[in-house]
Design a protein around this ligand. Structure first.
Ligand SMILES: *[C@@H]1O[C@H](CO)[C@@H](O)[C@H](O)[C@H]1NC(C)=O
Ligand SMILES: *[C@@H]1O[C@H](CO)[C@@H](O)[C@H](O)[C@H]1NC(C)=O
Ligand SMILES: *[C@@H]1O[C@H](CO)[C@@H](O)[C@H](O)[C@H]1NC(C)=O
Ligand SMILES: *[C@@H]1O[C@H](CO)[C@@H](O)[C@H](O)[C@H]1NC(C)=O
Ligand SMILES: *[C@@H]1O[C@H](CO)[C@@H](O)[C@H](O)[C@H]1NC(C)=O
Ligand SMILES: *[C@@H]1O[C@H](CO)[C@@H](O)[C@H](O)[C@H]1NC(C)=O
Length: 327
């Protein structure tokens, strides 16, 4: 055998040995939720849709999942049960289509923190109505994943539970029965505080007639798990912070996914990130994967940018985490 073929063969073996425990690995694709003080805002000025070429480049690394944050108000501007804004929808649909036509997963992420026009959503029926409208549009696309809402916080756990249940009910009743639903918790859906915040207790009894609901949590490695600093607390901070949630998932027969994770470009963070991803893999009986925060065309020199070709994480962290990409 030619030496190059041998090397390729060994690489393929390593690939098999290193990947395949996850269902989803990928990146967020931010932009359409930007400028959220400007509603509806203007395309190209206040917000932007992800770039097809960037998705293609990341997909070549083995990523199969792209989470697309956008604003609920831009998609459905009038009120929670109002009609869709077709212009904005068109941008979302093109992005989704680009991803799912490649056989990859597109996560529909209303990046609203449980709020609509800045006010906590207390109208559970209205929230369901919003989801009926949106899920109907995607009900025939098996590769769409519905993310109930990004990072509920400062709300009653019971309200977060009721909103999630209303979303599940609405999505299923709309005829979207084959897709996965990723529910999020209160307290920014932190994995580290999943149990201590009471999310576990309040969300354990969510019911899904099609049994395809996954608990989506977020985990950053800085001091308060907020993802606002490039400093990681220790080489094992990620895995340490995931332990309680891992036990909760296993004890309750649930599956989880890390929908946002990132770390800075430095030695400790690189070790901590690999260690955390290894931990997810070692516990892939309950953890279905992870999604980086974040790619997107407008990040510039943002410390976690996964945007090709110059994003800091794309250049510096991607090589570190490559063994954990793939399913
Ligand atoms: C991960 O995949 C490998 C290879 O298929 C398998 O041996 C291992 O048991 C899996 N790990 C878990 C935690 O499922
Ligand atoms: C619909 O969306 C477009 C594009 O964002 C925007 O220009 C327009 O003002 C929106 N219409 C309404 C009624 O919000
Ligand atoms: C991105 O891909 C979608 C789906 O293939 C396509 O409709 C859209 O025009 C593409 N966008 C650009 C800017 O080429
Ligand atoms: C709540 O939402 C429902 C359905 O969209 C709507 O009919 C109702 O008027 C809303 N209630 C309030 C108090 O806004
Ligand atoms: C969840 O269901 C279990 C079993 O029916 C019950 O014991 C528990 O109290 C329920 N928890 C909540 C928060 O409703
Ligand atoms: C639902 O899915 C979970 C894993 O997500 C599995 O453990 C459980 O057995 C399934 N239940 C039914 C009724 O299919």
């Amino acid at each position: 055998m030619h030496i190059k073929s041998i090397l390729l063969f060994v690489a393929a073996l390593l690939q098999v040995a290193t990947a395949k425990n996850f269902t989803w690995t990928g990146s967020n694709e931010a932009g359409a939720e930007f400028g959220d003080k400007k509603l509806p805002g203007r395309l190209g000025i206040n917000y932007i849709w992800p770039k097809n070429e960037s998705i293609d480049t990341l997909a070549k690394t083995g990523m199969n999942t792209f989470r697309i944050p956008f604003k609920m108000e831009r998609l459905v501007p009038k009120n929670l049960n109002g009609p869709i804004n077709e212009t904005y929808f068109n941008g979302l649909q093109k992005t989704v289509t680009h991803i799912t036509d490649k056989g990859l997963y597109a996560v529909i992420d209303p990046h609203n923190y449980g709020r609509y026009y800045g006010k906590v959503i207390t109208n559970v029926t209205g929230f369901g109505a919003w989801w009926t409208t949106v899920a109907t549009r995607f009900k025939n696309n098996r590769l769409v994943i519905f993310d109930t809402n990004n990072e509920f916080h400062g709300m009653k756990n019971e309200l977060v539970r009721d909103l999630n249940q209303a979303a599940i009910n609405a999505i299923r009743a709309a005829g979207a029965t084959t897709q996965y639903i990723w529910v999020e918790g209160n307290a920014w859906s932190g994995a580290h505080s999943w149990v201590s915040s009471g999310n576990g207790a309040s969300l354990v009894n969510l019911t899904d007639p099609f049994n395809r609901t996954i608990y989506q949590m977020h985990q950053y490695l800085d001091i308060d798990s907020s993802g606002t600093s490039s400093i990681c607390m220790s080489p094992t901070v990620g895995r340490d912070r995931l332990k309680a949630a891992t036990q909760w998932l296993r004890k309750n027969g649930k599956k989880g996914v890390i929908g946002e994770v990132a770390a800075g470009n430095n030695r400790i963070c690189k070790i901590a990130m690999r260690s955390m991803l290894q931990y997810l893999k070692d516990n892939s009986d309950v953890w279905t994967g992870w999604v980086w925060w974040s790619a997107g065309p407008w990040w510039g020199n943002y410390m976690f940018s996964m945007e090709p070709p110059n994003g800091i994480a794309y250049k510096q962290l991607l090589p570190e985490i490559r063994p954990f990409i793939g399913i």
